[in-house]
Design a protein around this ligand. Sequence first.
Ligand code: C2O
Ligand code: CU
Length: 498
Amino acid sequence: MITRRRLIAGAGGLAAMAVAGRVAPSRAGRDPAFAETLGPAAVPEGRATVALDLVAAERPTALPCFGGRTLPLWTFSDADPLPVVRMRLGDRLVTRLQNRLPRAGEHTSIHWHGIRLPNREDGVPYLTQPPTVVGESHTYDFVPPDTGSFFFHTHCNTVEQLGRGLAGLLIVEGDETEPYDGEVVLAVRDWRIGADGGFLPFLTDRGASAAGSFGTVRSTNGADVAAATVPAGADVRVRVYNLDASRVMAVGVEGAEAAVVAVDGIAVPPFPLTSWVMGPAMRLDLVVRTPADGGVATVVDWRPATPKTLATLTAAGERKRLTAFSPAPLRRAAIAVPDLLAAERLTFALSTTATGQAVGAALAAAGGMEGGVGGLPGPDDLCLSDRTFWAINKAAWPADGHNRLPPPLAVLRRGGSYVVELVNTTRHIHPIHIHGHTFTVIGSNDRPLPVHHADTVLVYPKERVEVAFVADNPGDWMVHCHLIEHQETGMMGYLRVA
Ligand code: C2O
Ligand code: CU
């Protein structure tokens, strides 16, 4: 157990401060504070095979946040609109996916977000597997190598399939050095519901060419505000997931002390939570010291003009802990440490395409209304051949899907260390995700950023962020913006590790 003094020192040691005009010195992956304040390595004790049956289908569902309405959700299971799969580190997950989606030609696949798995299990249609067509099934079989808070979602027509609900949580246990006193899982996402009670279009030109099409109804665990009862005076683990396609949030806790213990599922030395900005697909594991019996702590998104309460944690019972708050660290993940001195450098420039600029200008001229909706200018009216608004290194992912693959963005040598500089030349924020590898976020040219592992990192307008990793997983791995409308309108490519 670390002391509070140590906790603060650890967090300070992590801060890779910006140096004017350039990214902070690249020694972060070796920062002794990074490993020293973590628990011992996680041990794969699980031996079980977990069999998971997922049937992608339309299931009319009335979530509490829908206010009495029933919507035609697309989900994976009859039992739960958002299945939560729990397994132990070392367990093998064997998943049978059946595609029973209600529309001919609605291919699907499952991507296991953040899991460093063999390439053939990665669930990217055409790149790593044929798409699973309606009426067919596909089996995924792998042993997750890391503990943590992960999730899965489809990787076909993701804007609509995720927009209608197709996702689930995957929690790999075995990372607690001392068990906490309870656990709460919070899955946050919006729903795009129109005045007629049906879904609004999931992709709009206005949203796709800007910050995304936001939902009209917010939710946590399917409710406007999630409510949980937790033990009093206790250290409770809270796993926060941003499952939204567009929304960036700033998570904080009111009415209780809280510390961050993992980012994107992977342990960090505990540091006090003020607020943590989470883009789409990002996860955050917190430990909250709950109030006395009857007290309420709230989990809040501070980012909107009017902060949004995501969850209430109501404490009940005898006080569990009498010592000062100093949460136990999680166990360390066995992720290779990049050799930053020998690392090869790659630069990925995130930009708009000429089309994106034209659409932006045309929409601004039209009063910023939604393109293609209600008789307002859409791409055809603007004589655009396709919807590619975004690019990586000037290459926009082909608009017609994955079936005509462009060349890789880069070919990486297996076992080599790489530093990737993500350069945002646009006016919008981009959560950039790399498949198959967990990288170390080294720093930003623009803001203090603690060194931490992640699979998705936010890159702010005009910002440059450096991440590093060892290319130790052979195959073709997607790199894309996880603001799904950006992904689907060009901001996507792949790395080949050979
Ligand atoms: Cu969760 Cu390719 O992404
Ligand atoms: Cu983006």
